[in-house]
Design a protein around this ligand. Structure first.
Ligand code: NAP
Length: 379
């Protein structure tokens, strides 16, 4: 019987591994935490003690883990799958990883005589469990042909973009565009909310109008009703995908300002509620400006500056960025005054010197005057 090792049993991987059982493969599974494997074991999967253990004697190893770091760990880490795979075995990366990482894994694994293909997917966890994913493949044609029996249980739509890495390029632009659409939707809905529109009607009109992409159709009613039950794609994953996409874009294009703005929006959503539904971005964006207008000018400025500082000043995941977001979250209940900003230490001296004078709350050097790249032509 054909043997497959499946590594990573999260929301997506669990359903995908089940598909191989349904299709009659001999399946070895490994996940960092064993609990997620129990029902698959009850259905006939063999529990492996490590990725390496799972991969021994497998005809194909399929991975579906969170990100670059997790992927590196399960392929090349201590007890990683690559340690004991026989030459010619298929190494199928279904996780969404960065383009640079996909190419690095291809080099490492083909260097060991394995066949690496990148095969990120689109579709929700329900589609994963039903074998209805769309597979976005980067592989030589001959390698894809060998991999097809292992791809068919996962989904019947296979899009082959070219050589290794190209499936990942497409997946990243797809999810980056999703990030832009969802971030823009959050702002549009927030405007409607703060203007007092009937949000049920707004959501319905957006979902049936000219901007009704599948993302808008999915997220409009959920955001409007603040219904984030059964999260399928989290803020942390959306941020990861958009950031990987922008990293790729920066190697190819002079600038991607809209995409960068979406990454910043998801940086905030990730700091706010990393493992919750990506749609909770609306809770950060939809703030009552009228409430601010009732405040004394100095407090209003401090609040707005704290928002701006969180957007641009503290590095990702920094203590101060997170602190500001937690403060902002408590402001969401609208029962308290806006919280004072938590300034990064390096800005505090400037603030102390300025005495927090109105209009002088921005960290010095924060806003540099714009310089023209090229002098204007003489008239
Ligand atoms: P998930 O539920 O959070 O699962 C993540 C998986 O990665 C879990 O098995 C987790 O193990 C494992 N993992 C994380 N860090 C690890 C590490 N350092 N070492 C080993 N294993 C590690 O995420 P998901 O929604 O299934 O997504 C998995 C991949 O599919 C991601 O790349 C995501 O971008 C992509 N994707 C997701 C969707 C979706 O709708 N959710 C759709 C298309 C593609 P534990 O269980 O022990 O935490």
């Amino acid at each position: 019987m054909t043997r497959v090792a499946f590594i990573g049993l999260g929301r997506m991987g669990h359903g995908m591994a089940g598909r191989y059982l349904d299709a009659g493969f001999t399946v070895a599974v490994w996940n960092r935490s064993r609990a997620k494997a129990e029902d698959l074991i009850a259905r006939g999967a063999h529990w492996a003690t490590s990725p390496e253990d799972a991969a021994i004697d497998a005809d194909a190893v399929v991975t579906m883990v969170a990100d670059d770091e997790a992927s590196r760990a399960v392929w090349l880490g201590k007890d990683g799958a690559a340690a004991n795979m026989k030459a010619g075995t298929l190494a199928i990366e279904c996780s969404t990883v960065s383009h640079a990482h996909a190419l690095e894994m291809a080099r490492e694994l083909t260097g060991r005589g394995l066949i690496y293909i990148d095969c990120p997917v689109t579709g929700l966890p329900s589609a994963a469990a039903e074998g209805k994913l769309t597979l976005l493949v980067g592989a030589d044609a001959a390698d894809l042909e060998k991999a097809e029996p292992f791809l068919k249980p996962l989904g019947s739509t296979i899009r082959h973009f070219g050589s290794v890495g190209t499936g990942t390029v497409f997946k990243l632009i797809n999810n980056l565009m999703g990030a832009v659409q969802i971030a823009s939707l959050a702002e549009g809905l927030a405007i409607a909310e703060q203007a007092g529109l009937d949000m049920k009607l707004v959501a319905e009109a957006l979902s049936t109008g000219a901007v009704a992409s599948p993302q808008v159709i999915r997220h409009s009613p959920r955001m409007a009703a603040r219904d984030f039950s059964s999260a399928s794609f989290t803020a942390a994953l959306r941020h990861k995908d958009a950031a990987y996409a922008v990293a790729l874009a920066e190697t190819l294009l002079p600038g991607v300002p809209v995409s960068r703005a979406a990454v910043e929006a998801y940086e905030q959503a990730k700091a706010y509620a990393p493992d919750d539904d990506e749609g909770r971005l609306i809770e950060i964006v939809s703030q009552p400006k009228q409430g601010l207008d009732r405040l004394p000018h100095s407090r209003k400025m401090r609040w707005l500056s704290s928002r701006s500082a969180t957007m641009t000043a503290p590095p990702e995941g920094s203590e101060h960025g997170t602190e500001n977001l937690h403060r902002r979250r408590s402001w969401n209940d609208r029962s308290a005054d806006p919280p004072a900003p938590a300034w990064p230490q390096r800005y505090r001296a400037d603030l102390d010197r300025s005495g927090e004078a109105e209009g002088n709350l921005r960290p010095q050097g924060h806003h540099q005057p714009r310089r023209r790249r090229h002098p204007l032509p003489a008239r």
